[in-house]
Design a protein around this ligand. Structure first.
Ligand code: AMP
Length: 419
């Protein structure tokens, strides 16, 4: 058998691959319009960055990282998420010494050794945004609005926003203790009991029915928020409401990463089955310090690009299969015509007209099939007789009308026709 893409990975092929570029662009556009600058960080980082920044107790760090030694024996890890890298870059380049907040967005591949299934891959794409250096509920609300706008701009109607607060250093410890006390009284397997001790909030996120059934009556973080966290959360909610963004309070919403504080949210889609999250994020006020930086509050999100694509498919938004099209397609007949067509196609492209041609010495029939498939509006047919007359046949592929145009004028004529 020939090679296959590794398990949990897939190829984006035309014409769908064109749509995925458009999805990324649409998710990023609202950020560009709100003062977020583009950042690109390496695809691999020092393993410790993620171990500390994402958290040793998370599934990502404990089970899902692609970690390898380089030839000099450094431990590197393919990035499983974007936030730790962005914070690392901000600290490294001292960006937080300037105007705050530092607002950044990114787009790229992420790698997690997950149990692969539809919508859950080992190599996937996110568009993400981070705002660092300000603790302001308006910033949390801004990011949520920009995410919602991205989804809406793609025509998605079935996206729901879930919102919660996880408290902060002042109130979370007492809540954590109360939750642990409750969880210790339940009938749980050994792994889950271990999790109760390390990361009890994550137990709330356990999807197994036998666990969920025991969680009714678990203490909720909303009931344990300190006054400052409660006021902060109220302000985020009220700004969202005033902006006309619908949200559902979800007191059980926790996230897989250790560094979240206060605002936490998820965008879920109704048509995706179990892998329903199309994006998520929240505030991570302690992360910079975990990476040996100064106190630097932050808030951000990551939206799943391929999940968003699946959501669009579920809503029937991909039905008109946009192909990559060219405007003009060259059909050369004979050796000399091929050389000449090559130059004409090159000139057309230089003049801003997209063009392709038949390669491989195809005959008229095969080349015309190529013209049809290309989606071009016009075919240029160049035979030996045309060459002798220094002319080319321009065939309108919509109405099959054909006209002869002097070779010297064909670029101008086509420029006029395709505009
Ligand atoms: P996270 O970084 O885990 O908060 O994920 C943010 C978003 O990325 C999720 O809401 C998903 O849309 C997407 N995502 C996370 N993990 C995967 C994966 N393994 N495959 C595809 N998309 C993912």
């Amino acid at each position: 058998m020939s090679f296959q893409a590794p398990k949990g990975t897939f190829d984006w092929l035309p014409p769908r691959s064109e749509r995925i570029l458009a999805v990324r662009e649409a998710l990023a556009a609202p950020l560009r319009g709100a003062g977020y600058g583009y950042i690109e960080t390496p695809v691999f980082e020092d393993t410790q960055l993620f171990a500390r920044g994402v958290g040793e107790s998370t599934d990502i760090v404990s089970k899902e990282m692609y970690t390898f030694p380089d030839k000099a024996g450094r431990s590197l890890t393919l990035r499983p998420e974007g936030t730790a890298s962005v914070v690392r870059a901000v600290l490294q380049h001292n960006l937080h010494a300037g105007q705050l907040p530092v607002k950044m967005w990114y787009s790229g591949s992420q790698f997690r050794y997950e149990r692969a299934q539809k919508g859950r891959y080992r190599h996937f794409w996110q568009v993400g945004a981070e705002a660092l250096g300000s603790e302001d509920p308006a910033l949390d609300a801004e990011l949520i609005l920009l995410g919602a706008r991205g989804f809406a701009s793609l025509g998605l109607e079935n996206v729901t926003l879930l919102l919660n607060s996880l408290g902060d250093k002042a109130c979370r410890p007492a809540y954590r203790a109360a939750l642990q006390e409750f969880l210790r009284g339940l009938d749980l397997d050994a792994d889950t009991r271990a999790r109760v001790e390390i990361n009890p909030l994550r137990v709330l996120d356990d999807k197994r029915p036998e666990v969920q059934a025991q969680l009714t009556g678990a203490p909720l973080v909303v009931d344990h928020l300190c006054a400052a966290c409660e006021a902060y959360h109220e302000e985020v909610r009220s700004l969202l409401a005033a902006s006309g963004v619908a949200f559902d309070d979800d007191p059980r919403l926790v996230r897989g990463l250790d560094y979240y504080t206060r605002t936490t949210f998820e965008f879920v889609h109704g048509g995706l089955g179990s892998q329903s999250a199309v994006g998520g994020g929240g505030r991570y006020d302690g992360l910079s310090e975990m990476l040996d930086g100064p106190p630097l509050p932050g808030v951000g999100w990551a939206l799943g690009v391929d999940r968003t694509f699946l959501a669009m498919e579920a809503e029937g938004l991909l039905d008109d299969h946009a192909r990559s099209r060219v405007q003009v397609y060259g059909v050369p007949l004979g050796e000399e015509a091929r050389r000449r067509m090559f130059l004409i196609v090159n000139e057309l492209r230089a003049a801003g007209v997209s063009a392709d041609m038949a390669f491989g010495g195809k005959g008229l029939k095969g080349a015309m099939k190529g013209a049809d498939r290309s989606g071009a509006g016009f075919a240029l047919i160049l035979g030996e007789r045309d060459l002798a007359a220094e002319a080319v046949q321009v065939k309108n592929l919509t109405d099959a009308e054909q006209t002869e145009v002097p070779l010297a004028k064909v670029v101008d004529v086509l420029k006029g026709k395709v505009q």
